[in-house]
Design a protein around this ligand. Structure first.
Ligand SMILES: C[S@@+](CC[C@H](N)C(=O)[O-])C[C@H]1O[C@@H](n2cnc3c(N)ncnc32)[C@H](O)[C@@H]1O
Ligand code: SF4
Length: 404
């Protein structure tokens, strides 16, 4: 099966910490964007139909699924898709009717499976009960709410559009209009945050009882206003010790409350892991539509593609009937193996020697004996399945290096 990612590169106002590709634009640009997405979708599917193999050097666009007839539809399209993800930026700036129109176009071009997972990222400061009801009616069945924190001062400091009450209202409205699969974003290790404040946040989140949580330690991304304030000494981020304690506190409290820590930053109740994001970590193919979107094509050892993060160039390429996507990387066996391990070890499932043997004809121990030995006791082998402990995930960036 294939996933579909649609990037919505607009925000009403940039948050102080964020370096995701999004622009503050006028209403007309937002209103016209769905037509570009539909055009891109048609373009991408038409150009994959019966396309010549890329290895022959005849095409410069991803040959979606042509080598996987079991997965491809009769026309050679990559459909049907079993996950659709509206990410951003702020997808909740698009009207429900626009989302419905895009989904209709997806169904016409690629097809949607019966049990398709359709996620929309929503900023609580941009929704109403009415718009949420509209998204639900349009077919969105999973909502990812950017609540971030329930602490009033931190919300202001982060430059969020919403206050605590607006965040809580957005969650309540989502439930009221029938969303039974809601994910909440939680940011921790915030400037000046105390353990007591983090515990208050966790308490408030658990009271809402979402099906899924994504928990991110705040990072000072280059050239963001947050980083400027840190460099100038106006703000400081908590030290590594606070970060580690916070990460493990979140793990303990959420595990006790019945959530599975299924990826470094992600927790879910039984049956509510995010199918779309799991696809990224399992190297399943997905098509990215929209300015700034990325794709992964599982032809041969795999290839990665991007639509440059430039609205003007995107509009121009589609207008001129040119490929808006360019190839970033084509994998060989060795690089595919390393990326497979890197992505899989981010997850609780990890990777089994059986999977590695099937795909690459090797085992982890035989190929990376020193890296495995150096990861003790954080990398464990449970009946042939390799995975990191939560404490190992804390050291992930360092422990994974010898595998790369
Ligand atoms: C695309 S945004 C989510 C949707 C929507 N734009 C919003 O903010 O409500 C993805 C998430 O990444 C997280 N994030 C973004 N920048 C971050 C940073 N510098 N450090 C930690 N988490 C960050 C936030 O939790 C954010 O909600
Ligand atoms: S609303 Fe979301 S995507 Fe936009 S700037 Fe804030 S965190 Fe980034």
């Amino acid at each position: 099966m294939t996933g579909l990612y649609l990037h919505i590169p607009f925000c009403r106002r940039k948050c102080s910490y964020c370096d995701f590709y999004s622009e503050e634009v006028c209403e007309a640009t937002i209103r016209n964007y769905p037509d570009l997405l539909k055009q891109h979708l048609t373009w991408a599917t038409e150009h994959s139909a019966g396309a010549t193999e890329r290895s022959a050097g005849a095409t410069e666009h991803p040959v979606w699924a042509t080598e996987h007839p079991a997965r491809a539809s009769e026309q050679g399209w990559p459909g049907p898709v079993d996950t659709v993800y509206f990410g951003g930026g702020t997808p909740s700036l698009l009207a429900p009717e626009a989302i419905a129109g895009i989904l209709k176009a997806v169904n016409q071009n690629l097809g949607l499976t019966k049990d398709v997972e359709i996620t929309l990222e929503a900023n609580p400061g941009t929704v109403s009960q009415r718009s949420l009801a509209g998204y639900r009616s349009a077919g969105v069945n999973r909502l990812s709410l950017g609540l971030q924190t329930c602490n009033e001062n931190q919300l202001t400091l982060l430059g969020r559009l919403h206050d605590r009450q607006e965040g809580l209202d957005a969650f309540k409205w989502s439930r009221d209009v029938g969303f039974d699969n809601i994910s909440l974003d939680l940011m921790f290790a915030l400037p000046g945050q105390t353990t007591a404040e983090l515990k208050e946040d966790l308490c408030a989140y658990l009271e809402l009882a979402p099906e899924h949580l994504s928990c991110y330690g705040l990072t000072a991304e280059p050239e963001t206003p947050l980083q400027q304030r840190i460099i100038s000494g106006e703000l400081t981020l908590p030290d590594e010790e606070f970060y580690a304690d916070a990460f493990l506190l979140i793990h303990d409290q959420l595990a006790t409350a019945g959530y599975e820590h299924y990826e470094i930053a992600n927790y879910a109740r039984d049956g509510y892991t995010c199918r779309h994001n799991l696809g990224y970590w399992q190297r399943r193919p997905y098509l990215g539509i929209g300015a700034g979107a990325h794709s992964f094509c599982d032809d041969q050892w795999g290839s990665r593609w991007e639509v440059p993060a430039d609205m003007t160039a995107y509009r121009q390429a589609l207008h001129n009937n040119q490929e808006p996507t360019k190839c970033l990387e084509t994998f060989e066996r060795e690089s595919a193996l390393r990326e497979t391990i890197y992505l899989a070890l981010r997850t609780r499932h990890g990777i089994t020697d059986t999977e590695l043997k099937q795909r690459f004809g090797c085992t982890l121990q035989d190929t990376f004996p020193e890296a495995v030995a150096g990861s003790f006791p954080w990398l464990v082998n449970d009946n042939g399945r390799w995975s990191f402990t939560p404490a190992g995930w804390l050291l992930f960036d360092r422990l994974i290096l010898p595998f790369l």
